[in-house]
Write a protein that binds this ligand. Sequence first.
Ligand SMILES: O=C(CO)[C@@H](O)[C@H](O)COP(=O)(O)O
Length: 235
Amino acid sequence: MTPDHLAAIARLPGHRLLAEFSLWSADLANMQRDLERIEPLADLHHIDVADGRFAPGYLFFPDLVARIAQLTAVPIHVHLMVGADVVEDQTRQFIDAGASLISVHAETGEAGLRALALAQAAGVAGGVVLRLETPVEVAAPFLPQVQMFTLLGTRIGVKGQSLAPEAADRLAEARALIAAMPQRIILAADGGIRQETVPLLRRAGAETVVLGSLAFGDPDLAACIGWLHGMEPLA
Ligand SMILES: O=C(CO)[C@@H](O)[C@H](O)COP(=O)(O)O
């Protein structure tokens, strides 16, 4: 049976902060073990894709997502950190691989919008992402076509950085844009997610945070996610 990706995204709880696990920060030599460990705690898996030009480095590929999709019931969010020249082709490939949600960068312009239309036609949810230095309003033309809006809180495609000082204000700005849209759009914070930054990002409107070292580096993962779920509801 074909999974209903849109329904899976629509079912994500709205009353508490969501836990989205960045599999880049898992133990890559023990991916199956880490997937089993996070399965009961994860709302979403987050897979970063980088083409070495739009973002530094090269990250994950469709065959990996196809294999992960066989091992988990958790929806997979693919974050395409790729340029306008390949965003449509990459979207097609990750649709076929079994992604539930595919996010493109607003900086890819018309090509990114066409990629979202491909996702929508295939019954896959869409998302838009902004680099840290891109003005928030650049995402506005994408909002009618998305179920998630992600703001990077650090330089694109690099792990282990500290949250930029402007990240919370940018989230608050994004939240105001989303409020004017008729459909549910989940507001996501990606990068710089640490114990001291989560409360700040939550207050600014984050509905999901992309967990890297904060979760995978914690020996008591259940307690870490319990703490996350205990964050204040949004005002
Ligand atoms: O892509 C990113 C950050 O750019 C995240 O998905 C990373 O996985 C975050 O890892 P940490 O820096 O939080 O360890």
